[in-house]
Design a protein around this ligand. Structure first.
Ligand SMILES: Nc1ncnc2c1ncn2[C@@H]1O[C@H](COP(=O)(O)OP(=O)(O)OP(=O)(O)O)[C@@H](O)[C@H]1O
Ligand SMILES: O=P(O)(O)OC[C@H]1O[C@](O)(CO)[C@@H](O)[C@@H]1O
Length: 399
């Protein structure tokens, strides 16, 4: 097998029949002859009885499930999970957890499982919470975390650690990690957060520190191809259906009722699509991936007219990133948030006005449109997926 390291942290390892492993960086890349220790779970009856509990060091997961017999084996990623050998002894572990970016159901459950997993499975006793996202590393006091502290947090929404956008100062963050003697950093957040995590790891590598960095992907949108499902997505879809139900009730209760629901989804429409498919009350689902237009043949207005003539009511779901290109340039100039993300217009509200105006001008059908601009009530937590996320990450980081 050949291997190459580029300037960033991606390690690409190639093998027979076009096998490609896009690997994650590891402490051993820059600290050679790092001692290993037997994973103590091997002697724990709860885990040792489970056949194949431990992940083989060379296990990888294929990016694409479907392949042709003559096509190359394609890109693979390293499989997460517990290894037989670990690089940290229990009493050596000094971990910290930080949450960054927007909220997502299940954040507290992930925090809880990391703390309980490290404590009960690996006997770690020093775990800190970083207050208020990345900037909390250098501007706030830390929060000591124990199983007792996190016992009930999965019943609460949001993140007990707080979160923020912006404020990523790599050098100050790594200074803080170094000064506090932290050697495992668990970072929960979206794509911006993971870019930040990568920058932190690069600085740690540059300083030659024995500090493991674990990025735990948080996307309520479920838009990461490699994982089956991201935590919070199911909750979001369930909540979305409640909004759709409300819109449906509004629509069927009045002549030519149109219920319009805006759902989360800046760049991807998975929440909108799944909620639509589950509900069966939605007549039209607009998502960022699929362009559409309003006027003329095949346009949205024509479709609304047809639905109302056929059924007397209709429900429209729109993901918040859909149709942004239809808004005028002056409306689009909304600026950026502290992390540099483009701020979006309320496309649902804009669309509601356009639909009302169109039918008022046309004078053929008197529509009654109710708009539900649903910002998810992020107070519901998931149990199953966050639980698994927490554990797999700990196991992978120790090894
Ligand atoms: N390219 C980058 N390099 C370093 N840090 C970054 C980068 N992009 C974003 N960050 C930092 O990551 C944190 C979170 O980023 P951001 O606000 O974009 O949320 P996110 O992780 O993408 O989550 P969400 O999906 O909720 O938007 C911020 O503190 C931001 O400063
Ligand atoms: O309102 P905020 O904080 O910008 O974040 C909302 C957006 O974040 C995302 O979840 C992306 O992570 C979008 O789908 C969502 O619309």
């Amino acid at each position: 097998m050949g291997s190459s390291n580029n300037a960033t942290t991606t390690k690409v390892i190639t093998g027979d029949a076009g096998y490609v492993l896009e690997d994650v960086p590891h402490l051993t890349d820059y600290i050679h002859q790092l001692p290993t220790y037997p994973n103590q779970l091997q002697t724990n009856p709860a885990y040792s009885v489970v056949k194949q509990y431990f992940v083989n060091t060379d296990d990888s997961v294929a990016q694409k499930i479907v392949c042709h017999k003559s096509s190359p084996r394609g890109t693979h990623f390293r499989r997460a999970g517990p290894r037989q050998k670990v690089y940290f002894e229990s009493d050596e572990v000094h971990a910290c957890i930080v949450t960054c970016g927007g909220l997502c159901p299940g954040l507290n459950t992930v925090i809880r499982e990391i703390v309980c997993g490290l404590s009960y499975m690996y006997d770690a006793t020093r775990i800190l919470g970083i207050d208020g996202g990345y900037r909390g590393f250098y501007s706030r006091n830390t929060i000591p975390l124990t199983p007792k502290v996190v016992n009930d947090i999965h019943k609460r929404g949001g993140t007990i650690l707080g979160t923020s956008r912006g404020g990523h100062d790599t050098s100050k963050i790594v200074d803080s990690i170094q000064d506090r003697g932290i050697n495992q950093v668990y970072i929960i957040g979206g794509d911006g957060t993971q870019k930040g995590a990568s920058a932190i790891f690069e600085e740690i590598r540059r300083r030659g520190l024995k500090v493991a960095v674990a990025g735990i992907p948080k996307t309520i949108d479920n838009d990461i191809p490699v994982i089956d499902k991201s935590f919070g997505f199911d909750t979001a879809v369930e909540e979305a259906q409640r909004a759709i139900n409300a819109a449906h009730v509004e629509a069927i209760s009045i002549e030519n009722g149109v219920g319009m629901v805006k759902l989360m989804g800046r760049y991807s429409g998975f929440i909108a699509m799944y909620a639509t498919l589950a509900s069966r009350d939605v007549d039209c689902c607009l998502i960022p991936e699929s362009p559409f237009y309003l006027e003329g043949k095949g346009g949205l207005f024509e479709y609304i007219e047809r639905c109302l003539k056929e059924n007397g009511h209709m429900v429209i779901v729109i993901a918040e990133g859909a149709g942004q290109e239809l808004l005028s340039q002056s409306l689009l100039a909304m600026g950026q948030d502290a992390s540099g993300n483009k701020l979006l217009q309320d496309v649902g509200l804009w669309m509601s006005h356009r639909i009302r105006d169109h039918f008022a001008r046309q004078k053929k059908i008197a529509i009654n449109l109710k708009y539900i601009g649903q910002r998810l009530q992020i107070c519901v937590c998931l149990f199953i997926f966050p639980f698994r996320f927490g554990l797999v990450t700990i196991d992978s980081k120790l090894s």
